[in-house]
Design a protein around this ligand. Structure first.
Ligand SMILES: *[C@@H]1O[C@H](CO)[C@@H](O)[C@H](O)[C@H]1NC(C)=O
Ligand SMILES: *[C@@H]1O[C@H](CO)[C@@H](O)[C@H](O)[C@H]1NC(C)=O
Ligand SMILES: *[C@@H]1O[C@H](CO)[C@@H](O)[C@H](O)[C@H]1NC(C)=O
Ligand SMILES: *[C@@H]1O[C@H](CO)[C@@H](O)[C@H](O)[C@H]1NC(C)=O
Ligand SMILES: *[C@@H]1O[C@H](CO)[C@@H](O)[C@H](O)[C@H]1NC(C)=O
Ligand SMILES: *[C@@H]1O[C@H](CO)[C@@H](O)[C@H](O)[C@H]1NC(C)=O
Length: 485
């Protein structure tokens, strides 16, 4: 009975409602209304919010059915089971300021709490969550929570299936009690200010499919116990200060791992052969480390790799023959490669959108590069190679290009003939042999660099600094000295 008409505490009212429902079935309003505790808990949450400029909580009005409020989900005879508030990153007004009120603990049947991209929710880790026995999914992402992750989190939230507090300002180390959260399938702590090493207890979380600790200040070795997380699909450890080599124990993740991101750390040693056995690998980022030696020939077996970033290491020739059908994005820049040509498996990809081969020892005529697909390209960086000829033909075919960087080559063409598509924002042709005048069409770009070429004539009015134009034969006018009359 209580479940049916939960908002009524007073028993005579209960009786009245009982009869109302059964005598006038069309008046089922009361049975659809939420439980008083849920209403009080949610209104308490609302009162902790000090600013809601987009009116996200506008529908949260006392006395109305809280199951109809924006972001509130009900199950189990109209008990509130989920709260899901999502800010829209492209709308400046779409944020909430304030803290997560302890009143939320009144919403006893809460199973999922999703407070994502609200940007300005602050305060400490909301320990009220410890009092919610049914809680399974917590995603408090891209807010401004700070302080330490509570030491006892593992004991208190042992039944969580997913925990994400990524994109906040948590400090301190990852509590070792996290080892008790054995039901977790996702653990996302990325984008905070966490320090220390990865606690050994993470090796207990055998049901994890996703572990993301990226963009923190974690250090130490990549622990061998990650190899025991045999369900992992996604392992993201980029942008930390991990050192040492890639441990051989993670070869046990080969059957299922699809994303391996270890970029922007201080890893040393060789790229292990066993990575070639990761048949499901879709994304591999080892960029900005101190890896040396050759790329293993076993990489030829990575037939499903879509995104490969090995840039900024000390890798050397020969680069292996790859057998991937369609690479989507590739970055091999700033290693010790001498590829001579843009590899065939790149040129033939039907789906490539980003190609970065800066300082890869490419020596060719631009016109000799005939990619089988140009439609999806949005980024091409071929800086610091020995490429001659003209990119005019290619740029005539790339309708959605956003960035074209080809600084430090031997490109020789009339700049006035270059088609500048509407989407183009970044153009760097510095240190080449480009001639002609600077066309007016460059004014729409966000960044331009045509310094150190053979350009001549008056510069059209632009916002770019002098360093974007210096070192040419006879360019003149602002920001360079005025043209002679
Ligand atoms: C975010 O919250 C803080 C304090 O809670 C406040 O000072 C600041 O103005 C808020 N920012 C926005 C964009 O509302
Ligand atoms: C992992 O998940 C399965 C169900 O998918 C469950 O039976 C098992 O208890 C979980 N393992 C751990 C260590 O919690
Ligand atoms: C990274 O770790 C090394 C020791 O392994 C330390 O010397 C260095 O200061 C750390 N760098 C940062 C940015 O924390
Ligand atoms: C690719 O895998 C097969 C078997 O799975 C193996 O025989 C072969 O040596 C591998 N190729 C490379 C280049 O490692
Ligand atoms: C650009 O492409 C068009 C057809 O799409 C063609 O008519 C024109 O000649 C091309 N221009 C250059 C410079 O290749
Ligand atoms: C342009 O390129 C030159 C040489 O590559 C560099 O020194 C200069 O800082 C760049 N200027 C701008 C505005 O990017």
């Amino acid at each position: 009975m209580n479940e049916l008409i939960p908002c009524q505490r007073n028993s005579s009212a209960l009786l009245l409602i009982f009869f109302t429902i059964f005598t006038f079935p069309f008046l089922k309003v009361a049975s659809a209304a939420c439980h008083a505790d849920d209403e009080a808990g949610l209104l308490g949450f609302k009162s902790g919010i000090t600013s809601d400029p987009s009116g996200m909580l506008g529908s949260w009005k006392k006395g109305t059915d809280c199951c109809t409020w924006a972001g509130v989900g009900c199950l189990l005879n109209n008990r509130v089971t989920s709260l899901s508030l999502l800010g829209q990153p492209d709308k400046p007004n779409s944020f909430l300021s304030g803290t997560v009120s302890p009143s939320l603990s009144k919403v006893q049947f809460l199973d999922g709490l999703y407070l994502q991209q609200l940007r300005n929710i602050s305060g400490q880790f909301p320990e009220l969550l410890f009092g919610l026995p049914n809680l399974k999914y917590v995603y408090i992402e891209n807010n401004k929570l700070s302080g330490k992750i509570p030491e006892n989190i593992g004991a208190k939230l042992a039944h969580l299936g997913a925990l994400s507090i990524e994109g906040n300002r948590f400090t301190g180390s990852i509590p070792s009690s996290i080892s008790a959260m054995t039901q977790l399938t996702q653990l996302k702590l990325g984008g905070n200010l966490l320090t220390g090493s990865i606690p050994i207890g993470i090796g207990n979380l055998k049901n994890l499919t996703l572990l993301s600790l990226e963009r923190n200040r974690l250090s130490g070795a990549i622990p061998h116990f990650l190899g025991s997380l045999s369900e992992l699909r996604v392992l993201e450890l980029s942008h930390n200060n991990f050192s040492g080599s890639i441990p051989s124990s993670i070869s046990s993740l080969a059957p299922k791992l699809a994303y391996l991101e270890l970029g922007q750390n201080a890893l040393t040693g060789k790229i292990p052969d066993f990575l070639g056995k990761f048949k499901a690998l879709d994304t591999l980022d080892l960029s900005h480390n101190k890896l040396f030696g050759t790329v293993p020939r076993s990489f030829g077996n990575l037939t499903k790799i879509f995104n490969l970033d090995l840039s900024y290491n000390q890798l050397v020739d020969p680069f292996p023959q790859m057998n991937v059908k369609g690479i989507e994005s590739l970055d091999l820049s700033y290693n010790g490669f001498h590829l001579n040509q843009i590899p065939k498996w790149v040129t033939s990809s039907p789906i490539i959108y980003s190609l970065k081969l800066a300082k890869c020892g490419i020596r060719m005529k631009f016109e000799d590069w005939k990619p089988s697909e140009t439609y999806f390209y949005d980024y091409i960086d071929l800086s610091d190679n020995e490429i001659s000829g003209s990119p005019i033909g290619l740029l005539n075919k790339t309708d959605y290009l956003v960035g074209f960087q080809a600084s430090g080559n031997k490109l020789k063409f009339n700049l006035e003939g270059l088609r500048i598509v509407k989407t183009l924002k970044y153009l760097d042709l510095s240190k080449n042999l480009v001639f002609g005048k600077v066309p007016k069409a460059v004014t729409g770009l966000q960044q331009l660099n045509v310094s150190y070429n053979h350009l001549c004539g008056a510069i059209p009015a632009t916002k770019f600094p002098a360093t974007a134009f210096v070192g040419n034969d006879c360019l003149c006018g602002a920001p360079l000295p005025p043209c002679k009359a």
